[in-house]
Write a protein that binds this ligand. Structure first.
Ligand code: SF4
Length: 384
């Protein structure tokens, strides 16, 4: 199985998205504290590691931890806003370290929308330069996009732009906004879309990519909003394949193992034929409306087959539908809710210097928040 682990390398960022779900904390990592987390993934037999943040490229030892993970046999990926990867020397250092896939985050190819969402100007050109640098160095590029109220109506315009201007990009990932944490939680009224807001444009975007021979995944979107592309749902693929993921949060949550979801379903979901393989509505609060969910009455088998028989999936292994059905019913009885890992290693540290940096960054971010008209996230609770 292709289990992927996440390490939040830093939690600060040089952009200021009003819906950031993982904003600044007082915790910091050294190379040694990150190596412990890489070793933990290796011990668990994980396929790869995703270096994320905050903005991971702001950690001065990012190339070193990428190289260490690659030497331990992990497939190394990174999620970035592209600002530093636009620098050719840094891009070369990451490629030489063994970075195999970079997810460059672009919310909208409309400059005014991107600037509004990023909280700063001029980010698009650097993201595009990052894409070109990575591709030129043989690093595969995926485009990551958080679906929110401001880009919900033109997800397909973004795809059209990339197909025309960056045709070597082969894979796209959409994440529906997570309204349960960070600034996303306190700015729900500004950024959380209704499911109906993006249904049409997401459908057009997926059809464009499918016709163009590209691959894609969609996170936190219930299957009743995925049309004929239910097989592209990240949650559904994890449910079908029985995958887990571990996130080493650089905050008080520390290590969280996700084998199941605390997603919401509507009462009508009980009658839905896709319910056993649907992740439902990602929402630990009341930001999304369960009344938008619509039970489906279609055969789930083609969805399962499309996932099991996808040769491009790194965890692909030939399993018959009958074998899968037997294993799936066993697994369905055994899964539990997500939760903190009792034997997880310590994630980062809280030092006096880290606390001072955190206080200074929060003061600077509070000024940005006021200028942009967004609320600041609740401060990190003190576990000490
Ligand atoms: S109705 Fe409920 S179970 Fe069915 S696809 Fe929608 S969210 Fe999933």
């Amino acid at each position: 199985m292709a289990n992927l682990g996440y390490i939040q390398v830093v939690r600060h960022c040089n952009h200021f998205c009003g819906f950031c779900s993982n904003p600044t904390t007082p915790y910091t990592h050294t190379l040694a504290s990150m190596q412990v987390l890489v070793d933990d993934f290796v011990r668990r037999g994980y396929f790869g590691v995703i270096l994320t943040g905050g903005e991971p490229t702001l950690h001065p030892e990012l190339p070193e931890i990428a190289a260490y993970a690659a030497r331990q046999g992990l497939h190394v990926r990174m999620i970035t806003n592209g600002s530093r990867l636009a620098d050719p020397a840094f891009a070369r250092a990451m490629a030489a370290a063994g970075l195999q896939i970079v997810h460059v985050s672009v919310y909208s190819v409309r400059p005014e929308v991107e600037a509004r969402l990023r909280g700063c100007e001029g980010t698009l050109d650097r993201a595009f330069a990052a894409i070109d640098n990575a591709l030129g160095l043989g690093v595969e590029v995926n485009i990551n996009c958080v679906i929110n109220r401001h880009n919900a109506d033109h997800l397909d315009d973004n795809v059209r732009y990339f197909l025309k201007e960056h045709p070597r990009v082969r894979h796209f990932v959409w994440n529906n906004l997570d309204p349960s944490m960070g600034r996303a939680e306190v700015n729900q009224d500004q950024f959380t879309p209704r499911l109906a807001d993006f249904e049409a444009s997401l459908g057009r975007a997926m059809r464009l990519l499918h016709r163009g021979g590209r691959s894609f995944r969609v996170e936190k979107v219930p299957l009743c909003y995925m049309g004929e592309f239910a097989w592209a749902s990240t949650e559904t693929r994890k449910i079908v394949k029985g995958e887990e993921r571990i996130v080493h949060f650089l905050d008080a949550k520390q290590t969280v193992r996700q084998t199941d979801w605390e997603h919401r379903y509507a009462p009508g979901c009980a009658a839905c034929s896709l319910r056993p393989i649907c992740g439902g509505l990602f929402d630990r609060g009341d930001a999304y409306d369960p009344a938008e969910l619509a039970p489906q009455f279609v055969d789930p088998e083609p969805v399962v087959r499309a996932i099991l028989e996808d040769p491009r999936d790194p965890s692909f292994s030939r399993v018959s539908l009958a074998q899968w059905q037997a294993a799936f019913s066993d697994r369905a009885r055994g899964t539990g809710p997500q939760g903190q890992v009792a034997d997880g290693p310590a994630v980062g540290e809280r030092s006096p210097q880290g606390e001072r940096l955190y206080a200074a960054r929060r003061r600077a971010e509070a000024r940005k928040a006021e200028a942009l008209g967004v609320a600041m996230e609740r401060p990190e609770r003190d576990e000490g």
